[in-house]
Design a protein around this ligand. Structure first.
Ligand code: F6R
Length: 612
């Protein structure tokens, strides 16, 4: 939800800001802007993508070695030039970029209006910069102090950077709820929503904490204070991120690259944790909570979107292997419905970005009731893992395509390892079964690799159904969450209406939708309720629906009745989602591409949802 980037140092700021905005564009892409200081403070902004801003910049004055940039996902006010960031203060002495939401902006705006302030945009951000300047003038304080006083009046979430015309050697930045990383170079600083705009210049970073304000001055050490005016010592960390992880690596789209990365990302998520030879599972990150997990009377999984679908697979895994009751909750519902939370509960929050506002709020709520909070997250150092008691990173690497793909399979991999670790601790699985599961899990990356070879066949099927207006996805057992995930992938990137259902539920309603125009994707892998799923396929065919089936290699029964069959290697039912989701990801990718959609940046979406 909005990307922010800033630079102060000896280099020209413009290329650093522009490249930074391109890297952060996954966070929002409805408008973009930059402010650069030379002997004047210049501000340029434009509705549209970063590329539109770049075209607009031709011939403009953008010299200078201090500047700020922003790429927006609209919350307050439609996408427009006026609502794009940065925003000037009244006297145009200050300029701000902001990621987050100022919740009490309306009251502050009315107050400022009464005092004669006029607003050029509908944004909450413009309110904040007017408030800061108002305090600076009224209280006769420096910019840091004005920001500090203003932030004490503000309710909401923010990561902000402010540049002042009167002090071209300093940037003031602050954070609460939205991420902000400061890259520390040689006599230069880089500020950004994540490390992607920073990594090619320096590996030394400081993650700003909630309630902290950074004073970033040219040729001076970084200073951090809290909004209560206490000094903090910056804690420097080394980035593990590699530049090539942020590039398309020869693929046309990030989404396609990320789909193909899954053999590697699943393997990396298991590395050092699964030792099939020794018959051991060790998730180091949750070691101190091993007993707590094993003794939990109940596990509550909270997440949103694709991560919620992975959570559903987690429910099946924990219940089957570790014999512990599990509830899977939409974070947005859980936090507002006064749920019963017990101190013996273990809550597992799942999030790719580690920033999702609903998930964060739900885990904080559960913690306030005494539950133990574990996190499964992909982005290292992000808010959700830092707010939890313990957790495990997925090691999928940066996911830049807005539609989640490799993070889904990496999350399931971690959930499988966690369930196996608890089973190992509790002794809920016979030793031989436990060993078979470890061996099978270890073989999954290879099976994903084999499945990826169906790409051309899937492309051919996509061609036939690219103009459909509705799709139904059906699966049972472990493959039911996969049906939900397949439908979500299709609707979010191709804008085709799609629904996922447990296969047996079809007869309770959705069957009315089936006619010769309706493609039905059925995950009909062997094991589990295979025979029953075959009956569902018969019911679809009896009503002339078109069946695209995901089947186990060598299947004959479904092949005899379905319109198309995509074969995947045989695996245990519990691990089927790791393989059966791959053809569905590819199908949605090819259909979206054939419909001329922007696969990596679908309309109205953003990669991390930091608003409620
Ligand atoms: C779907 C998608 C979203 C996210 C959801 C949660 O492709 O990307 O549904 O899964 O917004 O995001 P995280 O996992 O970052 O908490």
């Amino acid at each position: 939800m909005c990307g922010i980037v800033a630079y102060i140092g000896d280099k020209p700021a413009y290329p650093i800001l522009m490249k930074g905005l391109q890297r952060l564009e996954y966070r929002g892409y409805d408008s973009a802007g930059i402010a650069i200081m030379n002997d004047k403070l210049h501000l340029y902004k434009k509705k549209g993508k970063v590329a539109d801003l770049e075209a607009f910049m031709e011939g403009k004055d953008y010299q200078g070695n201090i500047g700020i940039g922003h790429t927006r996902w609209a919350t307050h006010g439609e996408p427009s030039d006026a609502n794009a960031h940065p925003h000037f203060s009244k006297t145009k002495s200050l300029v701000i970029i902001h990621n987050g939401i100022i919740e009490n902006y309306s009251a502050l705006r009315e107050e400022l209006k009464k005092r004669g302030y006029k607003f050029k945009s509908e944004t909450d951000t413009e309110v904040l910069i007017h408030l800061i300047e108002d305090i600076q003038v009224k209280e006769k304080v420096d910019l840091f102090e004005a920001v500090r006083i203003a932030l004490n009046e503000v309710i909401g979430a923010y990561a902000i950077v402010i540049l002042s015309k009167d002090n071209p050697d300093q940037l003031i930045a602050a954070k609460k709820g939205s991420p902000l990383v400061i890259g520390v170079g040689n006599d230069e600083y880089f500020l950004a929503s994540d490390a992607s705009p920073i990594v090619e210049y320096t590996r030394n970073v400081v993650y700003l904490e909630d309630g902290e304000i950074a004073i970033v001055s040219r040729k001076e050490d970084l200073k951090i204070k809290t909004i209560k005016n206490k000094d903090k010592t910056p804690y420097m960390q080394e980035l593990e991120l590699k530049l090539e992880m942020l590039e398309k690596g020869g693929y046309d789209h990030f989404m396609l690259k990320e789909i193909h990365e899954q053999p590697r990302s699943i393997r990396d998520s298991m590395r050092g944790r699964l030792n099939a030879k020794k018959g051991l599972v060790t998730l180091g990150g949750i070691k101190d909570y091993e007993t707590k997990l094993a003794k939990a009377q109940r596990i509550i999984i909270i997440a949103c979107g694709t991560s919620w679908h992975a959570g559903l697979v987690g429910e099946y895994l924990f219940e089957e292997m570790a014999r512990v009751p599990v509830e899977v909750e939409y974070a947005s519902e859980f936090r507002y419905r006064n749920p019963v939370i017990l101190e013996s509960d273990v809550v597992i929050a799942i999030s790719q970005s580690g920033e999702t506002a609903d998930t964060l709020a739900a885990m904080q709520f559960a913690e306030s009731k005494g539950a133990t909070i574990l996190a499964i997250c992909n982005v290292v150092g992000s808010t959700i893992p830092r707010t939890s008691h313990a957790g495990s990173y997925t090691h999928a690497g940066p996911e830049i395509g807005v539609a989640s793909t490799k993070s889904f399979t990496a999350q399931i991999t971690i959930l499988a390892l966690m369930a196996l670790q608890v089973a190992q601790e509790k002794g809920t699985l016979p030793r031989s079964k436990f060993q078979q599961l470890l061996n099978e899990l270890e073989s999954i990356p290879e099976k994903v690799e084999t499945t990826l070879k169906s790409n051309d066949q899937i492309k051919y099927i996509a061609e036939e159904y690219k103009n459909a207006t509705n799709f139904l996805y059906l699966g049972r057992g472990y493959n039911f969450p996969v049906a939900l995930e397949g439908a979500l992938k299709l609707k979010e990137i191709s804008y085709i209406h799609a629904e996922g259902y447990p296969a047996a539920e079809m007869k309770h309603g959705p069957i009315a939708l089936i006619d010769e125009e309706m493609p039905v994707v059925v995950i009909a892998t062997k094991k589990g309720s295979y025979e029953k799923v075959v009956s569902t396929i018969q019911e679809v065919k009896a009503r002339k629906g078109k069946v695209i089936a995901i089947v186990t290699k060598g299947d004959k029964e479904v092949k005899a009745i379905a319109d198309h069959c995509i074969e995947i290697p045989e695996t245990f039912e519990a691990f089927a989602p790791l393989v059966s989701v791959i053809p569905l990801q590819l199908l949605s990718y090819h259909i979206a591409l054939m419909r001329g959609c922007n696969v990596d940046q679908p309309r109205n979406l953003a990669k991390s949802v930091t608003v409620e």
